[in-house]
Design a protein around this ligand. Structure first.
Ligand code: ZN
Ligand code: ZN
Length: 316
């Protein structure tokens, strides 16, 4: 099915206030949940834990991982709108696996199916077809990953160009073990987090508890910003620069915490462009970062097709 995006001189508004509220909750909620758990653990054990530094550290890790999702998984490997330096790409694939329990191949296949059938009965995740609750969106997204992972014909149809090396096979093997919970990923994550807390001077048993309390800020925060925000809110509330294709929306025009991913309507209209900001006033931090990385040789190719604004061309 081919649907042509039609540029709107005046954007279509779809409950923008709800979009802003959802954006803030999704971006900050999981890190604040971790801080709350750390505060409780600190009180219970009598050992001082700096909540401010914890929050800043968790948000920094979250932001870094969102950068990995948008530049490597999404714009890089899935849509091939940019190419990272091979060493950087390999390192970030390991980071993405530990933080998100999914490899670039499965992620890209699932996302390519979504683009091919967005908001139709054949879409693997869409709040339009099954409902807008967080539970439904989360369940659909997890099921779509499992479905994609097991569908061997999909690789031949949509994924012959995707990574298929030893690392990718290790990640897929591990993710089949309850997303690494009973494999190797979860023990690695807990060991690393415990070591970091232990290095701050906490006794080992307190450090283990602090590591567990940190998990929402590390893992759930990325799940929330990819699944709840992009798969859910960005197909429900916000505004549309383009009509005529699907139910996708831009959640906010200045997307610092989603690094551009919240401008999802722009992306659905032009998936072949690395630049997700199409209207004056829109800010895509991910694209800006890609341009900086290109200057120092860490990004090699950067594709950016003309934006939705007539007569306006993107720079690379
Ligand atoms: Zn979408
Ligand atoms: Zn995409």
């Amino acid at each position: 099915m081919s649907r042509a995006p039609q540029w709107q001189e005046t954007p279509t508004q779809v409950h923008p206030a709800r979009a802003y509220i959802a954006y803030v909750l999704v971006c900050f909620g999981p890190s604040l949940l971790s801080v709350g758990l750390l505060a409780g653990w600190s009180t219970l054990t009598g050992h001082r834990i700096s909540l401010l530094w914890s929050f800043l550290a968790l948000m920094t890790v979250r932001q870094f991982t969102i950068g990995v999702v948008t530049l490597l998984y999404h714009r890089g490997i899935c849509h091939r709108t940019l190419t990272l330096h091979p060493m950087l790409e390999y390192t970030l694939r390991v980071w993405g696996w530990l933080a998100m329990a999914i490899g670039t191949r499965t992620w890209s296949l699932t996302h390519r199916v979504h683009h091919a059938h967005a908001d139709t009965e054949r879409d693997v995740h869409s709040p339009v077809t099954e409902g807008h609750s967080l539970w439904t969106i989360g369940r659909q997204s997890i099921q779509s990953v499992i479905q994609t992972r097991e569908d061997t014909t999909l690789i031949a149809r949509l994924g012959t160009d995707l990574p298929s090396d030893r690392l990718e096979h290790l990640i897929e093997w591990d993710c089949r073990r309850n997303f690494g919970m009973t494999g190797v990923r979860f023990p690695i994550v807990i060991t690393v987090l415990t070591s970091i807390w232990w290095a701050t001077g906490l006794p080992l048993w307190v450090a283990i508890g602090a590591a567990v309390a940190s998990l929402p800020g590390i893992n759930l925060s990325v799940f929330a910003s990819t699944v709840f925000l992009v798969n859910g809110v960005a197909h429900t509330w916000g505004y549309r620069n383009y009509e005529g294709l699907d139910n996708s929306t831009n959640v906010v025009p200045i997307d610092l915490f989603g690094m551009g991913e919240a401008m999802h309507n722009n992306h659905h209209a032009r998936p072949g462009s690395a630049n997700l900001a199409h209207r004056p006033g829109e800010v895509d931090i991910g694209f800006w970062l890609a341009k900086q990385l290109k200057k120092v040789g860490l990004v090699r190719k950067l594709k950016s097709s003309p934006s939705g604004m007539p007569g306006r061309a993107d720079s690379t």
